[in-house]
Design a protein around this ligand. Structure first.
Ligand SMILES: [Cu+2]
Length: 296
């Protein structure tokens, strides 16, 4: 009798302790799951100190830039009549300066030693706009923060079918007939490397645009004169990347840039032909040739 009772009690105690263990476990597990699902929640906002600076520069093209080709739009007369001289927009180079280059901070350490990636930044509520106008995208390259809305307009007298083809975000494909209301789309994961998100049109195979998606606001797109400025950058040392769509999955150039307190960091990039060969190989040649020529 007694031993049966004792066993009953032991069982009861064991059950209670297991239950309490389980509940404390699920509490702990829940917290961890929250941390994993939303790392931005765990990050702290970066306070403005008033000593922010800029990163600016000019993107150039070395040598003769590839020419953009005329597009055959005859499959859609609406495109031909609105854009009779449509050309590809892979290399928009004017006077050796490259437009449509996406320049962004990849990584960096602030003056106080903290990492830029440890901070969270508010998502702009104002949308970025992508317009289909004249059977090409305007602008050709845009940048957004994660979860920032993108408004997609159709300004053409024809049907477009906008198709986001990301790697880190879900595929998204929407038909938008002539006169249809604007569409809205958001991308929830950063996506800039090895390529920005490519956007295409299922109706018009020549249509292409690119969307850079980042967790912070430190990006800019070069203007027609190749210039860009990234604003409100806290003082620190940064790895800055210039991405251009030219090449198989685009081309990246990287540079280390220091931003002094309330100052300007310079980041001039260049694409195209690489500069002269290794200086060492040129210096070697005369050193070998001179003694041979004069002594015999
Ligand atoms: Cu289209």
């Amino acid at each position: 009798m007694l031993s049966k009772n004792a066993r009953l009690w032991l069982g009861l105690i064991a059950m209670i302790s297991l239950l309490s263990l389980a509940s404390s476990c699920s509490k702990g597990g829940g917290d961890e799951a929250n941390d994993n699902s939303g790392p931005s929640e765990a990050q702290k906002p970066l306070p403005k100190k008033g000593n922010e600076g800029t990163i600016s520069g000019v993107v150039s093209y070395n040598g003769a830039a590839p020419e953009n080709k005329k597009i055959d739009t005859s499959a859609d007369p609406a495109c031909t009549s609105k854009s009779p001289d449509l050309k590809t927009e892979e290399w928009m180079v004017k006077d050796g300066k490259v437009a449509n280059t996406f320049v962004y901070i990849k990584d960096g350490t602030l003056a106080d030693g903290s990492k830029i990636g440890a901070y969270s930044f508010p998502t702009p509520s104002s949308p970025a706009t992508l317009d289909q106008n004249g059977c090409h995208y305007q602008p050709h390259v845009i940048g957004v923060m994660v979860k920032q809305p993108i408004t997609i307009k159709n300004s053409d007298p024809t049907t477009h079918n906008i198709h986001f083809t990301p790697k880190n975000n879900p595929d998204w494909n929407q038909s938008q007939p002539n006169g249809a209301a604007a569409l809205n789309h958001t991308l929830n994961a950063p996506e800039v490397s090895p390529s920005l998100v490519q956007v295409k049109c299922n109706q018009h195979p020549w249509m292409k645009s690119y969307v850079g998606v980042l967790k912070h606001p430190f990006f800019a797109i070069t203007a027609e004169d190749g210039s860009f400025t990234i604003k409100d950058v806290p003082p620190g040392k940064y790895t800055v990347v210039a991405w251009h769509e030219g090449g198989a999955t685009g081309t990246e150039k990287t540079m280390e840039v220091t931003v002094p307190a309330s100052g300007a960091g310079k980041a001039d990039f260049s694409f195209g032909a690489t500069a002269m060969g290794q200086p060492g190989s040129f210096q070697m040649l005369p050193a070998i040739e001179i003694p041979v020529g004069h002594n015999h």
